[in-house]
Design a protein around this ligand. Structure first.
Ligand code: PEP
Ligand code: MN
Length: 636
């Protein structure tokens, strides 16, 4: 059952509730949500819920209708973020895990670890105990394999996961690995689940070969009831009558499971299909379906692999898959997990904090729930504080004065074009530099006070861009409603909430509705679904190295002016060509105080730092002013 606590409950009252539940043999989980705190109490319940409901400090008692309790969304509304080393799984990130089916030798796992890490994997997989269909097939290297796996993970900066097949190995394995994997064949090995659950460590729980979603969630419940709340579910295909593929990938299990549980769910397209050529398309399908990540088998020499060679991707295929997943991420409102997400551990020690990101503040322009806040959340972990700023200038000032370490500001929208104010501000703050880039898909929803219906709406508030971008919907569905331009989209939601106006609607993103507890009446009403905004991550120059060491730059932004003579711009651009620096964007801006004179803003692909440095030396000769505005890892 769920015990909803009153907001004014005292510690003493809470302790009394807890001890009564404990005396009755129930397992208790305290969950602090955005709005209220609840106690989950599970176990063989002989208590009358009314007895608890009458206690001081208790608001209500609600039964959990599902047989799985701790895993249920009824108990915990917010997504669980599972931490494996420095990697986080869940929320708005997509995590790539990769490696061979089995660890075959030290050399093999080292080579593959390097390959997958370079391509973008953040967790290394590799079986040491293999549950093979035939007793005559390779059974894995056992503990020796774990040692190699650990070594490879440490060498290339990835936490490691591997399958556990026997309860007696759990303790030994815990010393080597970061996340247990429970294989499909063992999903209902309850003694194994209990032993693994007791460690409290993260667990990747594969769906059984013929398990229903409910049985799968009951297996997660076993793990949780025994002591871990760090469970990641993994859809890996189920047995059906179809023989064309090794298993049948149940893509719809992803959104179904997400409704039922707060635990993250990922996909395994390798075991689901059993065929190399199907792994990438089905991997993309899983991400499109909402998976929080993929676990993929990769082998340097699949034809020589000791297990699952036919379904192992070649290194270059995995590299392409990661790129494709990265491109897909903004469509589903997520970003590819890179590690460390921002702050490497060196800085954590320097700041002497338990979590590196506590106390870190990131500025953005707009109100809470704005698309810009979504961009912040796609780069920085949950625990950073955000500083909403009225204007772009205020956000620059916040970074300049040290009120925020970073700012995330929009630079360009695919429909609206360049946000020139931010280019100009970069010129005015030479000590602030670009260190990162992030892309967000702009999805507009029609948002109202709870219970308001379409026929009640007489006015629609939004940023002029929001109104313009949803014109087809408004013309069709709300032709008579007045369209009222507002300062920003999220601000429009907060305004109609405060006014309580039941004849008003706002157009904004879903996060704004969630933040203000408002209702989404219609989803994705924008005329053009291919609407993206890219943002720069900015910081003071002295902080830049830390961010860039975690996100190695492949782009550079410069601004320059050229002398007033024929061919001057041509000569400057020729330097880029001579050094094979591919130009991705060029924009001219008027120079303040110098009528009819212009500076140029350019973004270039950074193939090698040496080439760029050489080019810069030559560019100085062709320009009257030149500055490097920053370098960053591109997001598109
Ligand atoms: C594996 O991951 O190598 C494996 C054996 O997977 P599953 O348990 O899903 O078959
Ligand atoms: Mn395998």
């Amino acid at each position: 059952m769920i015990i909803v606590l009153r907001q004014d409950i005292t510690q003493k009252q809470k302790d009394e509730v807890k001890s009564l539940l404990k005396e009755n043999g129930l397992i208790i989980k305290e969950i602090k949500g955005k709005e209220d705190t609840v106690l989950g109490a599970v176990g063989v319940n002989r208590m009358d819920p009314r007895q608890i409901e009458l206690m001081d400090g208790v608001a209500s008692v609600v039964p959990i209708s599902k047989p799985y309790k701790l895993a249920s969304r009824e108990l915990k509304k917010e997504d669980t973020i599972v931490r494996v080393g420095d990697v986080r799984i869940g929320g708005n990130r997509v995590v790539m895990m990769a490696g061979p089916c089995a660890v075959e030798s030290e050399k093999q796992i080292m080579e593959i670890a390097e390959t997958v890490r370079r391509a973008g994997a953040v967790i290394l997989r590799g079986g040491a105990f293999k549950p093979r269909t035939s007793p005559y097939s390779f059974q894995g290297l056992g503990e020796e394999g774990l040692k190699y796996l650990r070594k490879a993970g440490d060498e290339f900066g990835m936490p490691v996961t591997t399958e556990v097949v026997s309860p007696k190995d759990v303790e030994m394995m815990a010393g080597y690995i970061d996340m247990f994997q429970i294989g499909a064949r063992n999903m209902q090995n309850f003694e194994l689940l209990k032993e693994v659950g007791k460690t409290g460590m993260p667990v990747l729980l594969k769906r059984g070969l013929a398990a229903t979603i409910e049985e799968w969630l009951m297996a997660a419940e076993y793990l949780m009831a025994n002591g871990t709340d760090q469970v990641v579910l993994c859809e890996r295909g189920i047995r059906t009558y179809e023989k064309a593929t090794r298993n049948t990938l149940d893509c719809s299990a992803i959104p179904v499971v997400q409704k039922l549980t707060h635990l993250p769910v990922i996909g395994d397209p390798s075991h689901a299909t059993g065929m190399r050529d199907l792994v990438s398309p089905m991997g993309l399908a899983l991400v499109a379906a909402g998976a929080s990540g993929l676990i993929v088998e990769v082998h340097n020499h699949p034809d020589k692999a000791l297990s699952d060679g036919p379904q192992s991707l070649l290194p270059e295929q995995f590299e392409k898959l990661v790129r494709d997943v990265e491109a897909l991420c903004p469509v589903v409102g997520k970003s590819l997990e890179s590690v460390p997400r921002i702050i490497p551990s060196s800085m954590r020690e320097e700041e002497g904090r338990a979590s590196s990101n506590d106390g870190l503040t990131v500025a953005f322009q707009g109100e809470r729930g704005a698309f810009s806040e979504l961009a912040v959340r796609n780069v920085f972990p949950e625990e950073v504080s955000v500083l909403p700023c009225k204007s772009f200038h205020d956000a620059f000032e916040a970074v300049n004065k040290g009120k925020a370490k970073y700012a995330v500001l929009p630079i360009e929208n695919t429909l609206g074009g360049t946000i020139v104010d931010n280019i100009d501000l970069l010129g005015r703050y030479p000590n602030i530099t670009i260190v990162g880039e992030v892309q967000v898909r702009i999805i507009h929803d029609l948002i109202v006070n709870p219970g308001v219906r379409m026929e009640d709406i007489k006015k629609v508030y939004s940023h002029p861009q929001g109104l313009a971008q949803c014109r087809d919907f408004l013309d069709r569905e709300l032709p008579d409603a007045e369209r009222i331009p507002f300062f920003d989209t999220a601000g429009a939601v907060s305004y109609i909430k405060q006014s309580g106006d039941r004849s008003a609607a706002a157009i904004a993103g879903a996060p704004a509705a969630a933040y203000h507890g408002m209702e989404v009446l219609r989803q994705s009403i924008e005329t053009n679904p291919r609407n993206y905004t890219r943002f720069f991550v900015l910081t003071r120059s002295e902080n830049a190295a830390v961010f860039r060491s975690a996100n190695v730059p492949d782009r550079v932004a410069v601004s320059f002016t050229v002398p007033d003579r024929p061919g001057a711009l041509f000569d400057a651009l020729e330097v880029f060509k001579a050094h094979s620096l591919n130009m991705k964007k060029l924009e001219s801006r008027p120079i303040a105080g110098k009528p009819w004179e212009y500076s140029f803003f350019a973004e270039l692909e950074l193939s090698s730092m040496e080439k760029f440095d050489e080019a810069l030396t030559q560019l100085k000769e062709q320009t009257s002013q030149l500055s490097v505005l920053g370098s960053y890892k591109s997001a598109h």
